[in-house]
Design a protein around this ligand. Structure first.
Ligand code: FAD
Length: 455
């Protein structure tokens, strides 16, 4: 059974660039497009900006430094946000964070230069920067569909309190994380791993406060030999108390110290086989995630030294989704290029993050020893195939699952957003398709505006 629903939709906005989704990528894209002269609208289905950084309660920012911890390589809008959040006490600056610290969940490797942050500071600074750039922000607004003529998008249909309407746009940047716009527009994509179909697990973050940090630190020092990737904090407690841990599908409890003293953000929850492009799956994951948060909290409170008086301060508003669609773009980044630290001539962003696959068939992931200072992401990974005015930024850019697991971090997603916004504004000015943007000049513009695109 199907119903025909017809309605003439009015045009609620007419812009140069519309950015769908205001997570890390969308924030970067909107600010960059507006700063470079495009009339820009960014909208989000949620009641706040930030995506996973706020609603998902994810923290810390994964490293924005090179593998030798020598210099910051994700800069530009991300660095501006860090500096402004730092000025209001909303972030621990990544320059000072090293492996083994509480901010790095006591991990001996793989967590140098991470940056814990306060999500309210992120919201405040992000909204201030969007406003100052001249971009318009619309919250509580869902992307519904595209209006398409041949291989060209005329605009997007949105739904909000005002009803359904059309946003006309000369150029669309899909920062929905899930590539919702690209999928609707008919851009080819793969969900999860192209080889075995696995999708990275979903997780619900929680925040625990009133923890005795000194006692936790002493306990971690006692167990230093047992702290290693994917068998991180409390793998020993889990072994000691199987009756209380049950069949929970993870063998460690990552506890990242927060900006606020005595508080930890917990990355432990694990829900398998979630296809987050399906609402049923999202709902199931949210319900399981909520149960898991209380399970983790109760376990820590009962067994972990220093958590005796702990309080559960918050669970995430939104289930954490690591992976959904990887679009097919004009170039596809591969896991091999990430692992070999390939440097591309047309790079728009550099990063030194691990391939963090959270594979369900092994303890947790893949920690690659760096063979170079960083790897890069070429501009054409952001250019969607088959549509002449669509860019995609954020975790769903054109990359295989291996590369996708390394590029999906918040700082890099913001850098992709900045590149996409800048390219969109250039394309509009020059009346050309994003695919034809001169990458040499794009890179020069990005550098002039504070970004780092390679040595
Ligand atoms: C459990 C977990 C742990 C992680 N750990 C870390 C970590 O420690 N450090 C790190 O740096 N990164 C981490 N990440 C990765 C990181 O959080 C995300 O990959 C990153 O936020 C992706 O940014 P994005 O802008 O592409 O998408 P998102 O952050 O998902 O933002 C997308 C935005 O688009 C909006 N949106 C989506 N669909 C629509 C629609 N149809 N209409 C309107 N709006 C829409 C959403 O509401 C959201 O605001 C983690 C992720 C998870 C899930």
């Amino acid at each position: 059974m199907a119903y025909l629903f017809q309605q003439n939709l009015s045009v609620s906005r007419s812009v140069g660039v519309v950015v769908v989704g205001a997570g890390p990528a969308g924030i970067g894209a909107a600010i960059a497009a507006a700063r470079n002269g495009a009339k820009t609208l960014v909208f989000d289905s949620k009641g706040c900006i930030g995506g996973m950084a706020t609603g998902g309660m994810i923290s810390p920012f994964m490293t924005s430094y090179d593998s030798g911890c020598e210099k910051m390589i994700i800069r530009g809008i991300f660095e501006e946000m860090i500096d402004r959040m730092n000025a209001i006490g909303g972030v621990i600056h990544p320059s000072g964070v090293r492996n083994k610290q509480p901010y790095a969940s006591y991990f001996p490797v793989g967590h140098n230069n991470v940056a814990p942050f306060n999500r309210d500071a992120f919201k405040l600074v992000g909204m201030q920067m969007i406003r100052e750039s001249g971009a318009e922000l619309l919250l509580h607004t869902q992307f519904v569909d595209v209006i398409k003529e041949d291989d060209h998008l005329v605009g997007v249909i949105i739904s909000n309190k005002d009803g359904l309407s059309v946003v006309e746009a000369k150029l669309v940047i899909d920062c929905s994380g899930d590539a919702d716009v690209a999928a609707r527009a008919g851009v080819p994509y793969v969900i999860g791993n192209e080889i075995d179909g696995n999708i990275q697990p979903a997780s619900m973050f929680l925040k625990i406060g009133n923890v005795d940090m000194k006692t936790v630190g002493a306990d971690m020092a006692k167990h230093a030999a047992e702290l290693r990737p994917f068998y991180g904090p409390y793998s020993w407690l889990i072994k000691e108390h199987p009756e209380d841990w049950g069949d929970f599908p993870r063998a460690e409890i990552c506890i990242f110290a927060d900006v606020e003293d005595g508080e930890f953000r917990i990355n432990c929850s694990r829900i398998l086989d979630v296809d987050a492009t399906k609402t049923d799956d999202l709902t199931r994951a949210t319900m399981i995630g909520q149960e898991q948060c209380y399970h983790i909290f109760n376990f820590l409170k009962k067994h972990a030294p220093g958590f005796e008086n702990a309080q559960l301060r918050a669970t995430a508003d939104t289930i954490g989704i690591r992976e959904t669609r990887h679009i097919e773009g004009e170039y596809k980044l591969t896991g091999e290029e990430v692992a070999s630290c390939t440097v591309h001539k047309d790079a728009i962003a550099c990063m030194a993050t691990n391939m963090d696959t959270h594979n369900k068939d092994n303890p947790g992931g893949t920690l690659n020893p760096p063979v170079g200072p960083y790897f890069t992401v070429p501009y054409l990974c952001l250019v969607a195939k088959g549509i002449d005015n669509l860019l995609v930024a954020g975790r769903s850019i054109s990359a295989d699952a291996g590369a996708g697991s390394a590029i999906r971090m918040m700082p890099s997603c913001m850098a992709f957003g900045q590149a996409a916004g800048t390219a969109a504004a250039m394309a509009l000015k020059e009346k050309i398709a994003p695919k034809d943007v001169d990458v040499v000049r794009l890179r020069q513009t990005l550098v002039a505006q504070g970004a780092f695109v390679g040595d």
